[in-house]
Design a protein around this ligand. Structure first.
Ligand code: NAP
Length: 256
């Protein structure tokens, strides 16, 4: 994309974007966060716990997940979950239903970004494409499906898929091809789930936390981890359930 096209796109975004409206905080319930042993996921767990939620902290590593859960706050419970394994997803869903009758907030946060920034989509390794697709796109879909009975048991469940601005088709450029393609897939999953869950009254949205200082964000990132996580927590706890099937960044609804 040329510089001029990029600027035109930004201008179009500005004209089309809508500010999110935040309301009073929901009554705390039960939240589940995937990939929460570190980074943004762990900080989301910490903030929700501070606000009085019971939080199920999921991670693929039993050791770092259980260590993180003991430090993350009150009423934080660790459940092992590798989002690329259907066996692990089914076992986790069963364990969660033994712990609680309902899930009020699901944050599909787990993801990978394999260092491929200098590679073109014409050359990127097929295993990298597959791993990103399975973790970042199929993982959230299969996790949400497995937890649907528990989400349906909630009076006001919400699902947040943690995506990225660079996955928006209108912003797509030649960088991180496997990551971007998998997150664009996640955006499509968001739209499909939003439509499919409308009858159950479950809003499903995608959100970009910004360029956040984590292992994935790297040393150049500009946004503190607390701020990136806060955007997710606010969407899950302060935004009306009428908003569904949207892409959200910086407190605004943006075009896909
Ligand atoms: P991070 O620090 O690298 O954390 C990623 C988390 O996902 C880790 O806990 C990791 O577990 C977990 N994970 C990876 N594969 C998994 C699997 N198969 N099953 C379960 N968990 C798995 O990244 P982050 O920056 O916190 O990113 C969190 C979310 O924000 C991601 O969805 C990311 O795409 C999104 N995001 C981040 C940025 C940014 O600038 N940081 C920008 C836009 C969007 P292990 O420790 O076991 O690897």
């Amino acid at each position: 994309m040329s510089r001029l096209m990029y600027l035109v796109q930004r201008l179009k975004d500005r004209l089309l974007q809508k500010q999110l409206r935040y309301g009073p905080k929901r009554t705390p319930g039960v939240a589940l966060v995937t990939g929460a042993n570190k980074g943004i996921g762990l900080e989301v767990v910490r903030q929700l716990s501070e606000e009085g939620w019971m939080v199920i902290l999921c991670a693929r590593s039993r050791e770092s997940g259980s260590q993180a859960a003991t430090k993350a706050g009150k009423r934080v419970v660790f459940v092992e979950l590798d989002v690329t394994s259907q066996t692990s997803i089914a076992a986790a869903a069963q364990e969660v239903s033994g712990l609680t009758g309902a899930v009020d907030l699901l944050v599909n946060n787990a993801a990978i970004l394999l260092r491929e920034q200098d590679q073109s989509v014409c050359e990127v390794n097929v295993d990298v494409l597959r791993q990103c697709w399975e973790t970042n796109c199929l993982g959230p879909l299969l996790t949400t499906r497995a937890l649907l009975p528990l989400l349906r048991n909630s009076k006001a469940a919400r699902v947040i898929n943690v995506s990225t601005e660079i996955s928006r088709l209108s912003r797509m450029r030649q960088s991180f091809p496997a990551y971007c393609i998998s997150k664009t897939g996640l955006n499509a999953v968001t739209r499909q789930l939003s439509a499919a869950c409308q009858a159950d009254g479950i809003p499903v949205n995608a959100l970009c936390p910004g360029w956040v200082k984590t292992d994935m964000g790297g040393p150049g990132a500009t946004i503190p981890i607390e701020q990136g996580a806060r955007a997710i927590v606010r969407l899950g706890t302060e935004v009306s359930g009428d908003i569904t099937g949207m892409f959200i960044a910086n407190g605004r609804i943006l075009p896909w």
